[in-house]
Ligand binder design. Sequence first.
Ligand code: SAM
Length: 277
Amino acid sequence: MPLYLVFTPIGNLEDITLRALRVLKEADIIAAEDTRHTRKLLEHYQIQRPLISLHEHNETARIQGLLARLTSGESIALVSDAGAPTISDPGYQLVRAAIQAGFQPIPIPGPSAFLAALTASGLPTDRFLFLGFPPRKRKARRELLVSLQKEPGVLIFYESPRRVPAFLTDILEVFGANRMVVIARELTKLHESFWRGPVEEAVHAFAEPPRGEIVVLIEGATETSLQQIAPAVEQVLAGLLAGGMSVSETARLIADITGLPRRELYQRALQLENPSP
Ligand code: SAM
């Protein structure tokens, strides 16, 4: 019998499909990231089914038991606390194991925060990259951003509100002041809001951590943004010039390393050498 992947609301309890409700009502068992959380949803829709927990700390241990249930003909509905199971949530290992055991999981589509955020962001929707939560350590986070500097698609991240100020600062330093960002907050809830503007302004607007749940969207690289020199590169330029390297040598070296246009780097290095009064 099937393993259903049931999408659940990301805030507003009305965001659940008729099919999702039927599948939950008919499932032999519901595997939930947090059974207390899911019980509230089930109570709201007067659904009474047995629940079993499946979260990041017990997913591996649960797999054999759940596969045995599928083999014996039971149906399982997998849900997470919000949105799509397996998307920055548990379930991927179970999906893999089910496929390997010959059970094709059946998605029961519904809300997911990153798609809701993208559709209303005003950023291009034809090409995007969803990256889940960025690394918590600053070095790893910046390395990830550096690897994405030339990505033309919209970059979509989940981030905890208290880490939003530091994340925006990293985006500013790696991508430069003018990259557009959209901060989608509390989607489908009472205080839903969208902030949009250049990252330089976002750093000021979110100097204090915002409240609620957050999706951060970053405009993809454009021809113009690729020509812009990020503050981190400027620092290296200034450092090399201060160390005695000539303007043209500095521009050539940084162009070779970063792929930025040598002419722009040369102009900027000249300005740094001879700041206008
Ligand atoms: N599986 C979920 C999905 O499909 O969107 C994501 C789960 S992940 C553990 C939780 C993160 O998703 C939050 O920290 C936030 O970044 C984002 N998120 C979830 N609900 C949201 C909402 N209502 N508004 C904005 N962001 C939300």
